[in-house]
Ligand binder design. Structure first.
Ligand SMILES: *Cc1c(COP(=O)(O)O)cnc(C)c1O
Length: 229
């Protein structure tokens, strides 16, 4: 299936008007499909598999912002550390420490999102609220990672209200952990607020709900590139 240019242009226009970043999820799709959107101005692309990302990256322009949105194994971090723009799925302190190590080695800072488990399904990766707080408390010494925000995936369901409730919950955590405009708001809380900027939630079938619930970065694949086989 070919790239759906009309869908891209209308989604991009809608997202721009709402200040929501579009990450075009190109996993399993060929380099030529990525280039089609690149030529229309798209720069943020998301990939799930390290090997595939490394291979594609070699053949595409250097100003693409590559988002790693899959489950990242610690022993693979070094393969993408030199060029990755944002790692969305960080859900352990050990992974964060390895990203910090590889970033330090490459003399750069790597931006990451902490992944929170918001869906009903047991199989999804991600932190619960307590684990999130534990990580946020344990950041000292990790000077080459920048925690930019949170990422989550809603349940795979047709029940829009369930999806909305899950996104709303993630947004509430995001607000809770964000550095507030008025510091006094946080003075009574035990958590350590961070300068968060990015709430990555919403995919092809639920991104409008995600945006209504406060997302400012969506990860859209099949609406742009067609269904994956
Ligand atoms: C594949 C994937 C997407 C894109 O899914 P679509 O339904 O094709 O839009 C978004 N986020 C993550 C984490 C993914 O793995």
């Amino acid at each position: 299936m070919a790239v759906n240019i009309e869908a891209y242009q209308s989604i991009k226009k809608e997202l721009d008007s709402k200040n929501v970043v579009l990450v075009a999820v190109s996993k399993t799709k060929p380099v030529n499909d990525i280039r089609t959107l690149y030529d229309l101005g798209q720069r943020d692309f998301g990939e799930n598999y390290v090997q595939e990302l490394v291979e594609k990256q070699k053949h595409l322009p250097g100003d693409i912002r590559w988002h790693f949105i899959g489950h990242l194994q610690r022993n693979k971090v070094k393969e993408i550390a030199a060029f990755v723009h944002l790692i969305h799925g960080v859900d352990s302190l050990r992974l964060l420490a390895e990203i910090n190590k590889q970033a330090t080695r490459g003399n750069r800072t790597i931006s990451v999102l902490l992944q929170v488990h918001i869906a009903r399904e047991e199989t999804k990766f991600g932190l619960d609220e307590n684990e999130l707080e534990e990580i946020v408390k344990s950041l000292s010494g990790l000077n080459n990672v920048a925690i930019k925000g949170l990422m989550g995936m809603a349940s795979l369901t047709d029940d829009r209200e369930t999806i909305r409730t899950e996104f709303r919950y993630l947004k509430s955590l995001y607000d809770q952990f964000s550095l507030p405009a008025q510091p006094a708001l946080h003075s009574s809380l035990a958590i350590h607020p961070l300068p968060l900027t990015t709430l990555s939630m919403g995919m092809s079938n639920d991104y409008p709900i995600a945006i209504e619930e406060g997302s400012n970065m969506v990860r859209i694949g099949s609406l742009l590139f067609g269904a994956r086989s």
